[in-house]
Design a binder for this molecule. Structure first.
Ligand code: ATP
Ligand code: MG
Length: 338
């Protein structure tokens, strides 16, 4: 490793293998990862243990989606040569680290976290929140700090979680009088929160309200044509509303000709632009974006997936192992030299 390599900033991010990845991931995080892998040392984690915290009854689905998420990575241009892609559950050091961090955060703090709070509500856990789910932000703190990452390309929902990570980092360093752990900063995507195709605040796998990167041309078209626009915009000549209009939200995110989009918005507001025209334009835009991604995805050799993931996981584990030694030393619980 050269000097300049050693000075490279470290990036980590990941996804829960609870379904294939969607356009929200693309604009929220994947695009940034592809750019960042040429500039920094990048780790990309498939968070299967975290996925089990609300899918513990369906581990087969999680295992299947590990492969799907890996394929999505390759399809959008995350390269296993440039980025270290790994599986969370295969790195036991992360869970040891989580145990130590559990002591540095209160249950009340976790319950107050707005992202966790809204997910608990959305999943209908009510009073029966699994402890594993409530504590996933602690495990996320372990994932980030084990690799000494300082940059985390994520969507907006992750900001409150990153705050908990940084609180744990400060508390650890202060408690054990060390500087072993580093604070991390979020890097938000082009769109920090893509709305769902149903108009809900966030497109997400578990709400099944997203256009997936692997959707067929027909499914994409169907989803676009079922999007919510403005219920009062009945005839093309009626004036329409842009705000809360899902089709415009998606055009904002994916249609690149800003001047053209601006003029279309004006025409829509004045009356004279029909929903079908608008949806056809969005369909054309998204098909152009997703066709090559789907093709690349289909060309991936199934037999190579686990081999690649094993290589990445071994590489990642080595780094986590080193951090764990430093952590144990800082806490005076090394006992003997490994
Ligand atoms: P789940 O419903 O299982 O939680 P998800 O769709 O929320 O799935 P995650 O795996 O939780 O996806 O999120 C992975 C990354 O993608 C995170 O950084 C998250 O912020 C980002 N992300 C997810 N959905 C969106 C979205 N709609 N807009 C922008 N970023 C998103
Ligand atoms: Mg999520």
């Amino acid at each position: 490793m050269t000097d300049s390599d050693q000075k490279k900033k470290i990036v980590i991010t990941g996804d829960r293998p609870t379904g294939p990845l969607h356009l929200g991931h693309y604009v929220g995080s994947l695009q940034n990862r592809v750019e960042m892998q040429d500039l920094y040392e990048c780790f990309v984690m498939i968070a299967d243990t975290q996925a089990l915290s609300d899918h513990f009854e369906n581990p087969e689905l999680v295992a299947r989606c590990v492969r799907e998420v890996f394929k999505d990575y390759i399809a959008v241009g995350i390269s296993p040569e440039k980025s270290t892609i790994f599986i969370q559950s295969k790195i036991p050091e992360l869970f040891e680290l989580t145990s130590y961090y559990m002591n540095l955060v209160t249950v009340a703090r976790l319950e107050r976290n707005p992202t966790v709070k809204s997910e608990i509500q959305q999943k209908g856990f009510n009073e029966s929140v699994p402890a594993g789910f409530l504590c996933y932000p602690v495990s996320q703190a372990a994932d980030i700090t084990a690799f000494k990452a300082t940059l985390v390309p994520v969507g907006e929902d992750q900001l409150p979680l990153l705050e908990i990570t940084n609180e744990i980092v400060r508390r650890f360093n202060r408690t054990y009088d060390t500087d072993v752990l580093l604070e991390a900063k979020a890097v938000l995507g082009k769109v920090d929160r893509l709305v769902g195709i149903d108009g809900k605040a966030k497109a997400s796998k578990s709400m099944n309200n997203a256009i997936f990167l692997s959707d067929s041309q027909e499914v994409i078209k169907e989803k676009i044509f079922s999007m919510y626009t403005d219920p009062n915009h009945i005839r093309a000549s009626d004036p329409g509303k842009i705000e809360g209009n899902v089709v415009f939200e998606y055009l904002n995110a994916f249609f690149e000709d800003e001047a053209e989009l601006k003029s279309m918005k004006k025409r829509y507001e004045q009356g004279g632009l029909g929903d079908v025209v608008l949806k056809s334009l969005l369909n054309e835009t998204l098909q152009k974006l997703l066709n090559p991604i789907r093709e690349k995805r289909e060309s991936i050799e199934e037999s190579e997936i686990m081999e690649r993931l094993e290589e990445g996981t071994n590489r990642a584990r080595e780094i986590a192992r080193r951090t764990m030694e430093q952590v144990r030393n800082a806490m005076s619980i090394s006992y003997w030299t490994p």
